[in-house]
Design a protein around this ligand. Structure first.
Ligand code: NAD
Length: 351
């Protein structure tokens, strides 16, 4: 990523929702998912060069508001994101977000971006990077439990990156499943709407759970999960919010992003503190084994980590010059004499 010259830092490129959607269409969604996945994988491979901290969460009875910061020493990034399962019933998104990149050497922001669409893309790209490393070879059938805002993105990334082209869909609200089938029609998937999670996972080599509920829910019980599958459990991402019965965790090899965050927020919050997990970056660098046998159940306990947002923002930043899909925000005060901030304010009187 090339950081702009300091003289250009006063105006900050801003990627609006409109421009983010235009960017996806300009690049093509498959290409963009593959591109973001490549940035995530590259950043996971240099995991040790990042500042890492569990996200800073402010919980309320209705949801959570979080800040997710990280830095690689040259560039700093953060995302603001909420998670409010009850929003959907009020016609609002469960998850909305925006994020920023800044130049570490000056502290000046270099890009501000919407991240509601970008979070869906980066979450899907992360799921697919992990599934490519862990899912059984040749997996083409995915059960998708929870057919809300994230679901189509998950399906698209699993196809673009892992070759999944058969979907078995289940949601407690049949309207969500119908919406998903409508949206993916003509995009090359064979889709089956199912009446229960049991039916959805029949014959699936890959199971994605992406439901929203602010409680310990049991979307999958132990007897439902057969040998050899890969589970991509991404809906449980908050203290008190899980999707899997703990017995499934006991039978699985569990892979996580950043243990200090996942032990508080992920499926493994149900397990003792010393429950064994493998950090996914180590699988990607070859430092730790991934799937070692066809009968092994691999489980990605994905909660979403700051480096994934950093990678996605980095990808978008690298596309700015080529696409021009941004506005300039007058976001940083820039007096001619850096000590004369008050003078700048006075001169603006009546302008
Ligand atoms: P959404 O509200 O748009 O969709 C959730 C869907 O789950 C709804 O259609 C709902 O009917 C369904 N659902 C709820 N309980 C269910 C159950 N018991 N069985 C089957 N379906 C059920 O939410 P979304 O934006 O798609 O997000 C889903 C979840 O993923 C949220 O909890 C969100 O916080 C989480 N999330 C995680 C990451 C990550 O990085 N791990 C990123 C984004 C979102």
């Amino acid at each position: 990523m090339t950081i702009p010259a300091p003289s250009k830092l006063a105006f900050v490129p801003f990627v609006s929702v409109q421009n983010m959607m235009a960017l996806v269409h300009c690049i093509g969604i498959d290409e963009m998912l593959r591109g973001i996945a490549a940035y995530i994988e590259a950043d996971f491979r240099r995991w040790e060069s990042f500042d890492k901290t569990p996200r800073v969460a402010s919980h309320s009875a209705e949801g959570v508001i979080e800040l997710m910061p990280t830095s690689d020493g040259e560039v700093y990034g953060f995302k603001y994101v909420n998670g409010h399962p009850k929003n959907m019933k009020e016609g609002l998104q469960t998850v909305t977000a925006f994020g920023l990149l800044a130049d570490v050497s000056t502290g000046y922001p270099v890009m501000l971006s919407e991240m509601t669409v970008l979070t869906a893309l980066r979450t899907a790209a992360t799921s697919a990077v992990v599934a490519r490393a862990l899912a059984p070879e040749g997996a083409r059938v995915m059960a998708m439990i929870g057919n809300g805002a994230q679901s189509e993105f998950q399906a698209m990334a699993m196809r673009a990156i892992c070759g999944v082209d058969q979907l078995r869909l289940y949601d407690i609200d049949a309207a969500a499943t119908q919406k998903m089938m409508r949206n993916l029609e003509g995009l090359g998937f064979e889709m089956t709407a199912c009446d229960s999670p049991e039916e959805a996972i029949e014959g699936a080599q890959l199971i994605t759970t992406c439901t929203a509920d602010k409680q310990y829910a049991t979307i999958l019980t132990d007897n439902m999960v057969g040998a050899g599958v890969h589970i991509n459990a991404i809906g449980g991402d908050c203290p008190g919010k899980t999707e899997l019965h703990p017995d499934i965790l006991k039978r699985s090899s569990v892979f996580v992003e950043y243990p200090p965050q996942t032990r508080v927020e992920g499926e493994i919050q149900q397990m003792p503190d010393n429950f064994a997990v493998t950090e996914i970056w180590q699988v990607l660098t070859g430092a730790a084994p991934g799937r070692t046998s066809p009968s092994q159940i691999t489980l990605f306990d994905g909660v979403g980590f700051a480096i994934e947002d950093f990678s996605a923002l980095r990808y978008v930043h690298d596309k700015l010059d080529e696409t021009g899909l941004y506005d300039n925000l007058d976001m940083v005060a820039d007096p001619d004499d850096p000590r004369d901030l008050f003078g700048m304010l006075q001169r603006a009187k009546g302008v």
